[in-house]
Design a protein around this ligand. Sequence first.
Ligand code: SF4
Length: 444
Amino acid sequence: MKLQSEEAEEPPSRPLAAHQLLPNTHRPINLLTPAAAPGLGSGLGVLAARTERFPVGPRTRAFRKRFFPHVDPAQWNDWRWQARSRIRSLEELSRIFELSDDERDAVARHQGSLPLGITPYYASLMSREDALEPLRRTHIPVGSEYLKTPGEADDPLGEDGHSAVPGLVHRYPDRVLFLATGFCSTYCRYCTRSRMVGEAGGDYSFSRPQWEDALNYIADNPQIRDVLISGGDPLTLSDERLDYLLGRLRRIPHVEFVRLGTKVPVVLPMRITRSLIRVLKKHHPLWMSLHFTHPAELSPEVTEAVTRLADAGIPLGSQTVLLKGVNDSVETLKTLYHGLLMRRVRPYYLYQCDPITGSSHFRTSIDKGLEIMQGLRGHTTGYAVPTYVIDAPGGGGKIPLLPDYVVGREGEDLILRNFEGNTYRYNDPQGVVGADRPLDRGEG
Ligand code: SF4
């Protein structure tokens, strides 16, 4: 007999039509698997949680039934259960995945920060058999993670050197990075903050006194108008703690702009509960940067999560790290970016992979990044084209990289190349741009 909750139907907030969903990645949104989300608190919160519904995609539902047969849909869609039940050991991995020798050895020798951690939901999107499948590559360690190549460092962006107080990076005059927690629901193997994330904690405590020091520093420095809350992943904090942090920041008069940087809507989408939405809406204007990697992440669950956030009036941007063998092609990124636009998420940055220790197997050449940008700009909607940046090692900040569209100058004319490779003249009598380029007389 089916569970009652499996028979009930509940549409997601605003379903996309079948033709709007991505081909070959996921079928149309499943309407059949709602679930309560217990454990969110007491009183009215519990009542709201019990009546909450969340879609479950067909691939994920099949995975749950196979690998978590004793877990009912309500429990599966409880974000706290997902966080508690992360896959964290070789034994748990082996139960689900056919591991390669490389993966097995790498997991067995792992110690310290950046532990293994994958939510059961996110694991359901990965290939069980193929060790080279993109999402799997980003979350299951391999031996290359233990290689340190020239130019790599544990803190390549020099964040620790720019810490005003522990947990608060003050690199630009008017902006700060507030590291609210060291916890993530999944751990990306290319994480820029791999030195500090994970249960181990190490030198980074993320304690309440540390929060207070950071808040006091922001309050004492009126030039700070922009606070990015990151970590770790701030959406793994409880509603109450987030409410407290956002409320404290909102009471500082000179703080105009608050952003949350998070991967939770992608790897733990059921965390975007109605209760959380109510908390976030209290603290507008609030913006969010979401960490997407690949079109396979655009599941019905993720569609529901970002729809709730967008409906709450939160502008959503996406940050993607360019990763070799994962998303380093025009077609893959174009598919991801089109899917994000359909879900009201604006592709914002494409990052060159930071030279974090043990990440060389993920890093592409800069030429590859520029080639991809050239393949996007002019070939799709401008909103679907992010800014490609290098976060300069040592704390130099983000430096944008663009394919070169300036051919040269001829007298008062600037000679430009368009996305199709055709050249055009633009009369620019006061300019000097391009004057240093020897011009092929045949141009134009
Ligand atoms: S979610 Fe962000 S902070 Fe957490 S491991 Fe991934 S990249 Fe690092």
